[in-house]
Design a protein around this ligand. Sequence first.
Ligand code: ZN
Length: 557
Amino acid sequence: MNIQFTDIKAATPTAESLAASYAAINARLDAGEIAPAIAHWEILRRELESWVSLTHLHFEQDTEDAAAKAAKDYLDELSPTATAHEIALKRRLLALPDRAGLAAITGHHALRLWETDITTFDPAIEPDLIEEARLISRYTALMSSARMEIGGEVVNLSGLPPYAESLDRETRHRAEQVRWDFYAANGAEFDEIYDSLVKLRHGMAKKLGFENYIELGYRRMRRVDYNAADVALYRQQVLEHVTPLVAKIMEQRRVENGWEKLYFWDESLIDNQGNVTPAGGHDFLVSQAQTMFDNMNQELADFFRLMNEGGFLDLKNRPTKAPGGFCTSFPNAGVPFIFANFNGTHHDIDVFTHEMGHAFQNYASRNLPGFDYLWPTSESAEIHSMSLEALAYPQIGLLVGDDKAARYRRMHLIGSLAFLPYGVLVDHFQHEVYAKPDAKPAERHAMWRALEQQYEPWCDYGDLSYPAKGGYWQNQMHIYGSPFYYIDYTLALCCALQFWVKSRADYDAALADYVALCGRGGEAPFQDLVASAGLMSPFTEGALRDVVKEAETVLAA
Ligand code: ZN
């Protein structure tokens, strides 16, 4: 029998066990045994990462389980100690005289990553890192605590989309009212958590010798081949090429539906016959997904069977489950895990194909030479996930019904285009926030609203006063928990849309390029990986112009 999720175990480390492990590795280095020292460290890192993943997963699966919460708190407290050991070892390895010999063991890219990593940590920020994790947990708990009454039932945030995307306009409006009532009622706490996070991160940046958190944030994302100026140019391309197209799509929707105005709650209704939903529930989707992957590619098919039969999927929504979806991995065993909250909308399909892309890449990369290559940096990782969403298009009838396949594809494409301005807005906002760390919460709301009007000029909140005053961003978990991550989705989407364009010309070739890219994992920086897959870097002028032109043609057909 194949590996089962219940077989996955990882030892819980202590400060003493960590010190002993690193002492043993350092002793080998003292003896000049570099390759054995690195091999020992590799085993330790895989074991530790598996423990981190399991602990986070158990907490997210039931945020009200006291034991899971205690284990997560313990992890949050111990993590800076583990980081301190890891950074010290990276420093020591990077200082070895035989650089070429070291690179022959680890690969060059790992060394570049470590050179970035060592600038992001100093023992002086250990207490700040503990506090940062505590604040993020507070945000997760607050989000998970939301209970809203609608349609005669009580739902959490993951349960709201069926109402928020209802064909009935009044229901959509009501869903947004109850959503934003929750944020308004907890606005002071949302502001306080974020204000604390911003000041804390700014303080860490200062202690490490940076002017503000922006440079540190980029380094914590391990970006080695582009900078904030490149990202600013990319945002500008989205503003020039994508915002006008999305504005046109929104205006068409307003006219088609005979609305005097298009309000915020109308943005989620992409299809005026009603957004396409899956043709069945959880069990149906999982079973049809096997057929979908069988039809696509043998490696994908075998991998999905392994995940499903081994219990590496937790896709159903439950009341105390954390919102969202993600893929995590246990590198001591080599099989990843997918977490989601199915709610009967098209998001079930989007999230499932997305996370399957991450999972497939992680599995395809499991035998690469070192821990640093198991996952790429996230702008590359999101290519694997978002491209699989698009590469699933020809098979999507299996999940939504053949009669609705074309409408699903259209809806997904429009959703992707509309995501680009939103994604760069989230990024631009964070640049402004961390450039002015002393801004008052009300100023941050004003910053958001001004940028929102620039990137999403169609956005009209009507009588929803909380987001109308600039509070929408508090709904975006990454702004709290993963600073500067969000642009990565938009960079990857630019690449995924290029895969989509290629797949329309030659599907098999595009899928083969995709599988090959997944196999490379994180062995190279973003723009190298992109070039090797025959794609244009999003930082190249014109990378978006061409995909937008293709999308415009397809949508006009
Ligand atoms: Zn992703």
